[in-house]
Design a protein around this ligand. Sequence first.
Ligand SMILES: Cc1ncc(COP(=O)(O)O)c(C=O)c1O
Length: 445
Amino acid sequence: MNKGILRRKLEEVVRADKHRFHMPGHKGRMHWPVSGEKDVTELPGLDNLHRPSGTLAASQSRVAAIYQVARSFFLVNGSSVGIMAAMATALAPGEKVLIERTCHKAVISGLVHSGAMPVFVEQEFCQDRQAWLPPTVQAVKDGLAAQGIKAAVFTNPCYMGLVPDMDSIAGLCRKAAVPLIVDEAHGAHLKFGRKVGLPPSAIDAGADIVVQSPHKTLNAMTQAAWAHVLTPDLAEEFQRNLNTFHTTSPSYILLASLEQAALEVEAWGEVSLNRLAKLSRLLRNSLSRVGLRPWDSRGTDWTKVVFRQPLGAKRYLQGKGIYHEAVFHGNMLFMLTMSDAWDCSSLRFLIGQLPGLAKLPPVVRKPLHVPPLPEVEHAPRDVWKREGTKVAIAKAGGRIARQIVAPYPPGTMVVVPGQKISGELSDYLVWLHSRGVIPDWIEVL
Ligand SMILES: Cc1ncc(COP(=O)(O)O)c(C=O)c1O
């Protein structure tokens, strides 16, 4: 039989992608064999993901013990499903939730499903890095002072490795008796990296629900994720909500990979991150030496290495079999994981190519005019079901958005349904379109 289009393409891309600086965290080097015969779902002797009481319950409890949390829940549709279930757990329709303007699109999906109303926390846009900075403690404090906030959702770390002051934010939420949900999709490794200067996990900061994607930073299969519920009172309601999102045919390959990833990080996490810290430093120093200015890693998740990409960087690197994670506002992101700590051949190869990369012409950057904080006039769920019309983004000023705009990767929110589109936002959308990341129309009411 002929190979299908997708299978052929997949084989072609995987052949070309020799040096991986992107997700998944295992970088193609899973430590246990995955085969078709293990691709089963809830067989007798296995367990029910919607009501675990046997092997799955024991496996989830093992992970909870490793992360020192009350309960852990396995997820087979990424952190996205955990974030949506967490928001549906903590929020009722019409209730207000404090969120970042740069939240992931799963948080917006959480607004649609829960019916909650967003209250956005302001963030600074750093023109030097051309990146949004995490919200400050003061901005969170101001946000929590708004009437009737029923929950808060923050990200730790962001896609580019920047972190908010999680300890202080968790303290503020506790004081205000506001449940704190943390999107720690990129932070499943943080708990094991305190000795080598990684920022704290929201688990140790004392959040209520922490959602992580071990497929991004540990050795789990793509889509495999988990949610830690630290406040036991929320656990049953979380399971109930999760069951409305999850498939009834979960892959046991994904589920088993979760427990394996947890066992590995428990056994080897600290020593691997110790090795990785040195390699991350080596890569940053090598970038600096050839003039490719990496971001300052102090206080950040240094497993993410970001630098200003020169013109044609992607073509140059891919021509040598080096695949990066993403390019975001002209910044190139390489993801290092514990897998690189034990096999650093790709990293050494990359370092060898940096002098050639540095010879490419630099990109001239202009200051970016970012739109003001979103003004939301209707709850996202209310507009979701209403009929919309498509208008050109250049002419969308003054209209109410009906759709989510969150260019992927990484799915950072730009427009939330129910938001009034300002003139500045319309200009920003035109700019995003000129970069090829969104279409030239938007659905409005
Ligand atoms: C900050 C952030 N949160 C959440 C997610 C969603 O995670 P997943 O892909 O595991 O559903 C992503 C995905 O890239 C992300 O970057």
